[in-house]
Write a protein that binds this ligand. Structure first.
Ligand code: BGC
Ligand code: MG
Length: 544
């Protein structure tokens, strides 16, 4: 393998429209100091790997000062690095190297809630009910004769009531863990603070932000009940996420916040962007987060939710592309992230799951728009399903029995023993244990091995960047007529045509007339003038 030579950052302000963004779950990526936790210096050391993989940008999950109750999505200081991840100096060194290698850096911004260890919240706790210190959060008196009932019926996304009572009798709102109190975004100080936090990281050179719970900051006036009486027995509010309108999500006023942020982003050179993690009732409502006066992108999770069928894929792709035409912004394609079961496992786990995951990757990377990869998917990592309960750290686990730890296991880099080179030589620590079966999945075990998942990603990303039909601005997709269960579409520019074919049909499919194979998720067999595409496989063909 020859490492591609560094290309400095392009001055293209629209870089994010067709970028491949690699999500780094900082705690689990690479541990430079042997304490068992990934860190910024670890990322810095692995930048050449990411450069060679062929991604354009990294999204780093929160590395700010935090008690780590929710893996860092509980921020105690928005302007500093937690000692477990390093220092601001490490951050500067890391982003400097990334830019030299042509890699952009997107950081996570968590504006809906702070940590309960944030100085604002400790001040609020120390102050009396009704004091200005409490106004930055959502404190309220309870219902019932003694105020012993929560102010309304809202539920935490992590299970249980969204309210916790203080010893002085007042309640405070937390849509997530009690250690993540929700901020009051109607308070001018809260707004001013986050504008300043944006500038702090923009000044340090970040290329963009991933906005956590971007639809949650404004709560309906009067904090009205969701109204369980209208819901069927056993149905929880969390099931309504993205399907119904909740009084704490997707309120119209939330858009004022983004209209205030956009001029800040635009005042910096080099195409600084923001992507919303937002859930909305309809694609039309989700589209409202995107536009020249709001955010650049919003994650669409429909692709991730699609089932393994031609119809399901076709439907979500068509609707995503239609929406992106309406808003004039590219679609975001996501198969995995740190909150969802890894797609190898979603697609059936084991050999079948891996085959399908590889095929889905070729499908995703051939589509127009921006693709988000989650660390380890390029190795074909499955979800770790058998983590011992006592090691699980997801705060949702205790409340719901469901845990996101299985997709957060540290990356295997090399060697025969866990944690497979996650730390420096000789280090045996990792905050979650990697399974014994991961030896063969490590980067070292796959690099340079024809047919490995890592080499499949490298090949696909190389073609994606080089092929005229796949590069920025190359327009939409043209669906081709196929036998049932086979998806095929072309993208073309100036006579160069790339066709992506996915076989979901359950039987090998004969593919003919699309040109020469460029990359395939499984080996193709020549059959007459065409090729046989195996079951649960995808391939790209090119014609010029
Ligand atoms: C993040 C989760 C986190 C939650 C609360 C989500 O959007 O992706 O990991 O637990 O927000 O901050
Ligand atoms: Mg470390």
């Amino acid at each position: 393998m020859t490492a591609s030579s560094p290309t400095p950052l392009t001055s293209d302000d629209d870089w994010w429209r067709s970028a491949v963004v690699y999500q780094v779950y900082v705690r689990s990526f690479a541990d430079s100091d042997g304490d068992g936790t990934g860190d910024l210096q670890g990322i810095r050391e692995r930048l050449p790997y990411l450069r060679e993989l062929g991604v354009d940008a990294l999204w780093l999950t929160p590395f700010y000062t935090s008690p780590m109750i929710d893996g860092g999505y509980d921020v105690a200081d928005y302007r500093d690095v937690d000692p477990m991840f390093g220092t601001l100096t490490d951050f500067d060194a890391m982003i400097g190297d990334a830019h030299t290698l042509g890699l952009r850096i997107i950081v996570d911004l968590v504006p809906n809630h702070t940590s309960s260890a944030h100085p604002w919240f400790t001040a609020a706790l120390a102050a009396a009910p009704g004091s200005p210190e409490r106004e930055r959060y959502l404190f309220a008196d309870g219902k019932g004769e003694q105020g012993e009932l929560p102010p309304n019926d809202w539920e935490s996304i992590f299970g249980g009531p969204a309210w916790t009572r203080m010893p002085d009798g007042q309640w405070y709102l937390h849509l997530f863990d009690p250690a993540q109190p929700d901020l009051n975004w109607r308070h001018p100080e809260v707004r001013a603070e986050f504008s300043d936090v944006l500038r702090f990281w923009l000044d340090r050179g970040v290329d963009g932000f991933r906005i956590d719970v971007a639809h949650g900051m404004i709560k309906a006036e009067g904090l009205p009940d969701v109204g369980f009486s209208t819901m069927t027995t056993g149905q929880r509010q969390v099931e309504l996420l993205g399907k119904g309108r909740l009084p704490y999500f997707d309120q119209d006023e939330v858009h004022d916040i983004y209209r205030a942020w956009r001029p800040i982003l635009d005042s910096y050179p080099g195409g600084r962007m923001a992507v919303a993690e937002a859930w909305a009732e309809t694609p039309q409502r989700l589209a409202r987060y995107i536009g020249p006066d709001e955010l650049h992108q919003a994650f669409s999770f429909d692709f991730l939710d699609a089932t393994w069928s031609a119809d399901s894929f076709r439907k979500v792709i068509d609707s995503a592309l239609a929406e992106s035409t309406i808003v004039g912004a590219p679609t975001t394609w996501v198969l995995s992230n740190h909150d969802k079961q890894r797609h190898v496992t979603r697609y059936g786990d084991g050999e079948v799951g891996l085959r399908r995951a590889r095929a889905a990757t070729l499908l995703m990377l051939a589509l127009p728009g921006c693709a988000y990869l989650y660390q380890g998917e390029e190795l074909g990592l499955p979800e770790v399903l058998d983590l011992p309960d006592e090691l699980r750290q997801d705060p949702a686990f205790l409340r719901t029995g469901e845990s996101r730890d299985g997709c957060r296991v540290p990356i295997p880099w090399s060697g025969e023993l866990a944690p497979y080179g996650f730390g420096p030589a000789g280090s045996e620590l990792s905050w979650l244990p990697a399974p014994a079966t991961w030896q063969t999945l490590s980067v070292a075990a796959q690099a340079g091995v024809p047919g490995s998942t890592l080499e499949l990603y490298r090949a696909a990303l190389r073609i994606r960047h080089a092929h005229p039909a796949l590069t920025a601005g190359a327009g939409g997709v043209v669906w081709l007529e196929t036998e049932p269960g086979v998806l095929a579409f072309s993208r073309a520019l100036d006579g160069a045509v790339l066709t992506c074919v996915v076989n979901v049909s359950g039987a090998p499919a004969l593919i003919d007339g699309y040109g020469q194979p460029a990359v395939a998720s499984e080996e193709l067999t020549v059959r007459g003038s065409g090729h046989l595409l195996p079951v649960d496989a995808a391939a790209w063909f090119e014609r010029r």
